[in-house]
Design a protein around this ligand. Structure first.
Ligand SMILES: Cc1ncc(COP(=O)(O)O)c(C=O)c1O
Length: 391
């Protein structure tokens, strides 16, 4: 079987390049500490930013919904899977982010596949930031639209692409998709400029706010809200419920005309089972806590400030990120793996992120901070990082 040998060769090449990935079994909830390989480690690698994943209100809501609706919906939304909890969650999200309507998806990955593939075909143009999440890149492949990517966060470059297709009259529909907060860098897209450019060139703007929803902007309404914008008109917003929300699933919010189109035509929405009602109930509880426990965002922001201050005082180079995603760029994959292993020995879980998730020569330790980290935890992290980074 020659192809089997080919695959084995790919495996050995990947290992030789320090790019092989291993699964590890986690033995606890993703809280401030996490149990792995029989050890309790300080957890600096979950997206549980507001420490809501094991909040008693989410657990109680999920338990009550399981009692009432069972463990699974066993049907897609359009058949018999859309419970009144899903309906309430969609309405709550729409209201919270200032959109006319929202629709749930089972994952952010699927929501990202859904938007370009539903609206664009082979005569259309999809414009993307170079550092967009993999799911948005995959959506481009599936949509048949012409893909053009612009240099990271360079709104002027995005504008030039749109202007060129306009003058050449080479695209019918135009869509620009960007992460709101970039998942591996933690920086924010220049949404004010991108919004204006899209308006000027009659393009739809889609913001994937997987890492902004619940954190950024007034009350955590998302990256658009931090620029005084909302998912309306020709702007749509996508959010995940598995990160700051501490639950699972995703949504797209925007004007009803767009959301109704997704409900009618988006294959990743139509041809899959609706999320369990327990998961939707946990998400609803979490969005309630965004308001009633607003201190969680404040505490998280204090933790971010503390980390950056201590890291810089220890001579550790940080980026400009002001979000809980604080990458420490190492460059070489082997070096990043070695640093992650040293941190583990010091009782800290922080994972090496390597290509193709990040560009070649930009391997990094992706530190993520959360509300429940204490000042001591962060000090311990910085001390261990300084030791591991020392030449
Ligand atoms: C920017 C971004 N978009 C989308 C996703 C996918 O979301 P989900 O995990 O819900 O599939 C992720 C990460 O998981 C992400 O970082």
């Amino acid at each position: 079987m020659p192809w089997r040998n080919e695959i084995l060769k790919q495996h050995s090449d990947r290992k030789a390049d320090d790019l092989w990935r291993d699964l590890r079994s986690i033995e606890s909830s993703p809280d401030r500490t996490i149990d792995v390989d029989g050890k309790s480690l300080l957890n600096f690698c979950s997206n549980n930013y507001l420490s809501l994943a094991s909040h008693p209100e989410l657990i109680t809501a999920a338990q009550a919904a399981t009692q009432k609706y069972g463990a699974s919906t066993t049907a897609s939304h359009l058949i018999a899977g859309h419970t009144e909890i899903h309906q309430r969650l969609e309405e709550t999200i729409a209201h919270f982010v200032g959109a006319e309507k929202a629709v749930l998806f089972s994952t952010g990955y699927m929501a990202n596949l859904a938007v370009p593939t539903t609206f664009l075909g082979r005569h259309d143009l999809l414009v993307e930031d170079r550092l967009n999440h993999a799911s948005i890149i995959d959506a481009a492949k599936m949509s048949d639209a012409k893909l053009r990517r612009y240099h990271h966060c360079n709104a002027a470059a995005a504008g030039k692409i749109l202007a060129k297709t306009e003058s050449e009259n080479t695209a019918q529909r135009k869509m620009l998709v960007t992460d709101g907060v970039f998942s591996m860098d933690g920086d924010l897209a220049p949404l004010d400029a991108l919004h204006q450019i899209c308006k000027d060139h009659n393009a739809v703007l889609v913001v994937d706010d997987a890492h902004g929803f619940g954190l950024v902007g007034p009350s955590g309404r998302g990256s658009l809200s931090s620029f005084d914008l909302a998912p309306n008109g020709n702007t749509m917003m996508l959010g995940t419920l598995s990160k700051a929300v501490g639950s699972f699933g995703a949504f797209v919010a925007g004007d009803a005309v767009y959301i109704d189109t997704l409900i009618q035509h988006a294959r990743p929405f139509i041809y899959t089972t609706a999320l369990p009602a327990s998961v939707a109930a946990a998400s609803l509880a979490a969005i309630g806590l965004f308001k009633s426990e607003a201190w969680r965002r404040e505490k998280l922001n204090d933790n971010i400030q503390q980390f950056r201050k201590l890291a810089n005082a220890a001579g550790i180079t940080t980026t400009d990120s002001t979000t809980p995603i604080q990458p420490i760029i190492v460059g070489d994959s082997a070096a990043a793996l070695e640093i992650s292993a040293q941190l583990k020995e010091q009782g800290i879980m922080a994972i090496a992120i390597r290509p193709p998730t990040v560009p070649v020569d930009q391997a990094r330790i992706r530190i993520t901070l959360m509300t429940n980290h204490t000042a001591d935890d962060i000090e311990q992290l910085v001390t261990a990082l300084a030791g591991a980074l020392a030449p």
